[in-house]
Write a protein that binds this ligand. Sequence first.
Ligand SMILES: Nc1nc2c(ncn2[C@@H]2O[C@H](COP(=O)(O)OP(=O)(O)OP(=O)(O)O)[C@@H](O)[C@H]2O)c(=O)[nH]1
Ligand SMILES: [Mg+2]
Length: 265
Amino acid sequence: MTSSGNADRSPEPPTDLPARPSIAVVIPVLDEEDAIGRVVAGIPRELVEDVVVVDGGSRDRTAEVARAAGARVVVERRPGYGRACASGAAATTADVIVFLDGDGSDDSSETPRVVAPLLRGEADLVLGARARIRSGALPIYARAGNLLAAAIISIAWRQRVSDLPSFKAIGRRHLASLGMTEATYGWTVELIVKAARRRLRIREVPLVYSPRIGGVSKVSGNLRASAKAAVAILRVLARHGLGADRAGTGVDLLAAPTNQPTKGD
Ligand SMILES: Nc1nc2c(ncn2[C@@H]2O[C@H](COP(=O)(O)OP(=O)(O)OP(=O)(O)O)[C@@H](O)[C@H]2O)c(=O)[nH]1
Ligand SMILES: [Mg+2]
């Protein structure tokens, strides 16, 4: 850590980020044509230089709408939310990577608040905790599962976490060092558990979470998919939380080659 002798109130520069880090937003999408335009348009481009929409092979106009709104579209046909996040992260060289959903539940205009603790050097992983959940945005069983997993993480690793949110930000070097392996909805819990185990500084920013703008729910609106996601979360908690730090024992999703074509180019 450098000592500047500068006695003003600006904090030490963050250890894994340059003084003026570049920022990318990665948005996994599958058939989100109703929402993706507004999600992309809401991102403040004076702050975010790269908006990467990771299209899982949408059969609607998601890719065209995203591109028209100013995003770069990367195609990742292998299924899974985690796989899409990893491929999006691997497709950008930005120093800070923000993840948010493309269905309109996350308010993309809140990106500055989510990255602020990283830019101030106060955090390594910022979670956009869903402090206010609007009616119809998240069924009660999904909330309960999230709360349970967050409580387990808080107790086991003594890092206060209240949610496993879709909206989050991390430095790319930290992300790459975690050895992320969960290709589906276990991605977020793996990220948080590994960050907590490594003693990365986790901070929460309270956010509002809204019902998806349109399209079809892939997880929370479907009891069977939610049950599968809940099992995946518990499995991931056990796999990455118990015993030795197992990072690197699975296939590192960020290390995998991802020379994906840019759709429509
Ligand atoms: N590229 C890609 N994106 C996906 C995949 N599965 C989900 N997504 C996107 O990931 C984001 C989160 O998925 P959602 O379906 O919103 O899941 P959820 O928020 O738990 O539940 P609902 O909003 O109720 O559907 C959305 O933008 C989806 O379109 C996938 O396999 N590939
Ligand atoms: Mg959603």
